[in-house]
Design a protein around this ligand. Sequence first.
Ligand code: NAD
Length: 499
Amino acid sequence: MSPTPTLADWQAKAAALTANLETRAFIDDEFVAAESGETFATINPATGEILAKVASCDAADADKAVTVARAAFTRGSWARLAPTARKHALLRLAGLMERHRDTLALLDTLDMGKPISSAQSDVSGAIGCIRHQAESIDKLYGEVAPTGDDTLALVLREPLGVVAAIVPWNFPLMMTAWKIGPALAAGNSVILKPSEKSPLSALYLASLAREAGLPSGVFQVLPGFGHTVGKALALSMEVNCLAFTGSTGVGKQLLQYAGQSNLKRVYLECGGKSPNIVFADCKDLDSVARHAAEAIFYNQGEVCIAGSRLLVENSVREAFIDRLLAAAESMQPGDPLDPASFMGAIVDRTQYERVLDYIRQGVAEGARLRMGGKPQAGPGLFIGPTVFDDVTDDMVIGREEIFGPVLSVFGFDTEEQAIAMANDSDYGLAAGFWSQDIDRIMRVTRRLQSGQVFVNNWAGGDQTVPFGGVKQSGNGRDKSHHSLEEYSELKSVWMSLSS
Ligand code: NAD
């Protein structure tokens, strides 16, 4: 392809790619059909076409993969490998991802409808994560505790064993990397269960991991449904840790499965309903309006940290909403393969109907529909930017995670009121605000109940900075050395020294 591929380039590459997709599970270094022989269809939501029939793993495949993963861990061909050697293997994987970046991006675009430009950013994020975790692993030291002269007390970090990573469909490759990067770097055997709505990039990644030389059984991929293979992994007595990104409802189920089985660690990255607060003293209404529109409409609103609750100081509300609507108008969905598209298709018909139901409910609840609300005609699942104003905190559209391109706008008069409204949520994944007053910035930052706070930006982040939520948005932290710590145990060693 040319250095900056066009729509036609992507279409040609897509046609070649879909003729030759890997659809089988990856277990013990081999691509294999599900034990049951069952498959499920994965569908391109932009066209309605079946892309492939993918192996539908269940409990039998989970048992097989867990046995293989445990054996690999016990053998120690990865877990006891010198950290520097693990680093080099993961850097090889990152290098292969770099070489195959167009294919990886294309698989996510075809599978779940996101624009190719976003998918390319996701691939960069995924590669960056694998590289960062790989580079960290041989720079972490254990501890010598400050005990007396007659003892030597060491605090060692050891891998957990078998980690099952269960991920969603909205950032298929990137969420995968956020889990497997640190879990593999720490020396664990990892079983990945991608979403049934977007399994293809995970299977492609498996072939790259094999080429990178990861030992057999250290990284396996089980496509299939949550209530079958996902549940079996979560209930397994031989899985030591569940690394989960997905909805709060499923996160709660996983905690129960851990309690019913072996008390495995459960790290949860769950849903959100994130407040984005515009104070009248912000720097530039035009620029903030553009950012506020991107904060909700990026990735069709299928973003855990979407700025889905927009709180605007009443004194500038009308002026702000005019600008917001103008910005949103320019973000209409288009062909996901077109590099110029900002929004693509909704992932599948279930999610599409769910979003449309919320829109109908918003109208019925009396919120004021200022833009959108209607799907585009045709076989593709497209919903344009939708903006509701005059939303109140008792409305369902103002409280529940819609996970689509629907923005709820609230008005407020005082800082105190804005903080109370922002915190009035079961969720606490992200919160942001726009202001030029440094005293206010410090006050509001401290009081927002949220895993991350964005000040005069939305969705800022880096591999060096942890990502995760509070309240019912979860308990885990992806990225940075904090995530690496989650995938290891502390072992305390007490040595008595004779004089
Ligand atoms: P989901 O909870 O329906 O599914 C997530 C994963 O869990 C899928 O792989 C699914 O197959 C699996 N699963 C479902 N039921 C299961 C069960 N009983 N046992 C084991 N596994 C099961 O979520 P989704 O629709 O794929 O993704 C959307 C959700 O993910 C939204 O709530 C979004 O906010 C959240 N999310 C959170 C973050 C974050 O970092 N906090 C990032 C992305 C998405």
